[in-house]
Structure formats: structure tokens, C-alpha cells
Design a binder for this molecule. Structure first.
Ligand code: IPM
Ligand code: MG
Length: 373
């Protein structure tokens, strides 16, 4: 079958990591007989440089006519350190989420057995962690009215949610829990925020239609602590936009590197897949960025298109790279593998999932003689 994928590589290390995901998808295409057609478009700082707009209309059109969007990373220090900048790269991503109606961001957090000693957290704490964060993505404080007084001394950001916005993501979270450990934890701040109390009421009502799923609640400050004290207690975490942003970065510590965490943003129509990490400008062009989050995002893309065996093969190839320590330096200080060679290894493993071939090509990569594209 033929699929069109919009490639929005973005800024910093975005293009390098997206390239590795493309290699993985091409290997899947060759192995399973699918055709992936990639259409590139600009977003973020690079789009501002080229067009003045962080999300040009042409980019949005490319996304809308694709089967899925593969996103790299966004952000540039020249904007981060300038609070007065009127146009910011992040606006491109936020507008994209809004325009595509991507109201649910799904972020799996898992402790890989072979990486347990990479996390700064103790092994016995993180062992067995396998959770997924369902983060609301198009509402809340990110999108509420923003105000700055005329004299520039008072500012506010409104956090607003409607029942309907909570219901649609809650259903997705409960459905996901049904296929997992059957537990949903709503993370909020209902002891202080009216919007959180609405979340509790709506989610409690919805839970009645999912009696096989247990629902519990945690205030976000406590949740932040529980995530690193006892992460294996969680299954599906359901939360609003900003709390989800914060606790998902925290969750990345469990896996040992933020370079491992992939995400899917889904909504009414075309879905988008992106690593949770940023654009890591200091690492751009150095062949040191970890491509695994981007490759795992491509696996989520495949699963979303219903290509489950293909997705499982990509996941297996990534696991094998991790097992064999074919990883970038964030996961192994002494690693001799760069972004490209890790991507090559994964693509090659997808194409030759049998052990022997992988071993031979691994040796090729080791000696820098890889001919695998
Ligand atoms: C994320 C990022 C974005 C967010 C930024 C780049 C706007 O941190 O996807 O987690 O805050 O949502
Ligand atoms: Mg974030």
C-alpha cells in the first residue's frame, strides 16, 4: 500500500533524527512491500528565516493532504533568550497542533531492561516501569487568552477547559487502559484550580462506562514526586496540557535519556508523530543526537496506520540496538556510534531481522565500512 508522509524536520537536530526515522520507514517499506512517499515542509525557526512565518500555509497544506506527519524538533536559542520576540518557532508547533485538531498527545515511558543502570534513579525503583501519559494538547493555559498590561508590568495566561475537551481525551485514555494494566490516574490540581475540579467531575462520570478500569487521582505536585519514587505504580496517566508537558520530561529520566521518548499526537484526522525532546541546538550537525525517539515515533506512526507487525519490527530493531549497545553517547559515554550509524543499524536490522545478518552488518558499522543506507 502507498502512504504519504509529511516530513517536518524543523530545527537543530530535527533533520538528523528525522532522517533516521525515514531510513527505518524505507526499510519497512522494502521489507513489507509498502510505499512511503515523503513530502518535506518547513516549520519553526527555519520557517521563520525562510518565510517570516513559523507555520507557513504551504506546510499546513502538506500535512493536511498526508496520511501522517513526522515531526523533528523545534526551537532556536536566538528566540529562547528573547522574551520580546513577536514571532517564535514554538508558535508553529502550537498552531499545527490546533489546526490539525491534535487534542491528545500520547507519550509512552518505559524502562528498558538493558538500560536500567543508565538512569540516575536507582535500578530497583525504575524496574518494571511501563506507563503512558495521555496529555491534552490543544487546550488549557497554552491556548487560553494571554494578556500583558500596557505598561508591561502585569501578565496573565488563562487556563480554560470545556467538558467536551475533557471527555474526548478521557475516552481515549480509558480505551488505552483497557489494552494495558487497566488503570487510569488523573493528574490535576483539584485542591486549587476550578478547571481541575471540572476534569475530576467529567472523568469520574466517564469512568462509569469503563468499569473494568480502575480510576485514581493525584495532585500534580504529588504525582511529580510519585513518578520518581515509585514509577511502576502507573499505567495510564491522564492530564491537562501543561502538567503533561512537565511530567513527561520528568518521565524521560526513568528511561535514562530524553532521546528515547517518542510521542503520537492524535485527533480527528491526520496524526503527528514526534520525539518529546527539543532541538538540542548545541548538538546540531555533530552526528551525536540520539535518533531512537524519532525512530520510535515512526513506529507509533506505523501502528496508527494499522501496520502493527511493521511497528513491532521497528520496536524490536530498536531494542536490539539498545541491547547491543549500538547507541549514541547519551546512553553510553564511550560510544563510537553516531546518529547515522545508529540509524543505519536499526534500518538494517528491520530489513534483516535474523540475528546472523545483523551481527555481520554490526561488524561493518563498527569498522566504519557500512554500506547500508
Ligand atoms: C513538548 C514541547 C512543546 C510543548 C514546546 C516546544 C512548545 O516542550 O512537545 O513537550 O511545550 O508542548
Ligand atoms: Mg515539553
Amino acid at each position: 500500500m502507498k502512504y504519504t508522509i509529511a516530513l517536518l524536520a524543523g530545527d537543530g537536530i530535527g533533520p538528523e533524527v528525522v532522517n533516521q526515522a525515514v531510513k527505518a520507514l524505507q526499510a519497512v517499506g522494502d521489507t513489507f512491500g509498502h510505499e512511503f512517499e515523503f513530502e518535506e515542509a518547513v516549520v519553526g525557526a527555519i520557517a521563520i528565516d525562510q518565510t517570516g512565518d513559523p507555520l507557513p500555509e504551504a506546510t499546513l497544506d502538506v500535512c493536511k493532504r498526508s496520511n501522517a506527519v513526522l515531526f523533528g524538533a523545534i526551537g532556536d536559542p536566538k528566540y529562547d533568550n528573547n522574551p520580546d520576540a513577536k514571532v517564535r518557532p514554538e508558535q508553529g508547533l502550537l498552531k499545527l497542533r490546533k489546526e490539525l485538531g491534535l487534542f491528545t498527545n500520547i507519550r509512552p515511558v518505559k524502562a528498558y531492561e538493558t538500560l536500567l543502570d543508565k538512569s540516575p534513579l536507582k535500578k530497583d525503583i525504575i524496574e518494571g516501569t511501563d506507563m503512558v501519559i495521555y496529555r491534552e494538547l490543544t487546550g488549557g493555559i497554552y491556548f487560553g487568552e494571554k494578556k500583558l498590561s500596557e505598561d508591561g508590568t502585569v501578565a496573565s495566561d488563562l487556563c480554560e477547559y470545556s467538558e467536551a475537551e475533557i471527555e474526548r481525551i478521557a475516552h481515549l485514555a480509558f480505551k488505552a487502559a483497557r489494552t494495558r494494566k487497566k488503570k487510569v490516574t488523573l493528574v490535576d490540581k483539584a485542591n486549587v484550580l476550578e478547571s481541575s475540579r471540572l476534569w475530576r467531575r467529567v472523568v469520574t462520570t466517564i469512568a462509569k462506562s469503563y468499569e473494568d478500569v480502575a480510576l485514581d487521582f493525584l495532585f500534580v505536585d504529588n504525582a511529580a514526586m510519585q513518578m520518581i519514587l515509585n514509577p511502576s505504580q502507573f499505567d495510564v496517566i491522564l492530564t491537562e496540557n501543561m502538567f503533561g508537558d512537565i511530567i513527561s520530561d520528568e518521565g524521560s529520566v526513568i528511561g535514562g535519556s530524553i532521546g528515547l521518548l517518542a510521542s503520537a499526537s492524535v485527533g480527528n484526522d491526520v496524526a503527528m508523530f514526534e520525539p518529546i525532546h527539543g532541538s538540542f541546538p548545541q548538538g546540531a550537525g555533530k552526528d551525536i543526537a540520539n535518533p531512537i525517539a524519532s525512530v520510535l515515533s515512526a513506529a507509533m506512526l506505523l501502528a496508527h496506520l494499522g501496520l502493527h507487525e511493521e511497528a513491532a519490527t521497528v520496536n524490536k530493531a530498536v531494542e536490539r540496538a539498545i541491547e547491543k549497545q549500538i547507541v549514541t553517547s547519551d546512553l553510553n559515554k564511550n560510544s563510537e556510534y553516531g546518529t547515522n550509524s545508529v540509524g543505519d543499524y536499526i534500518a538494517n536490522t528491520i530489513a534483516n531481522i535474523d540475528e546472523e545478518t545483523t551481527r555481520i552488518n554490526h561488524e561493518n558499522i563498527n569498522f566504519g565500512r557500512s554500506t547500508i543506507i
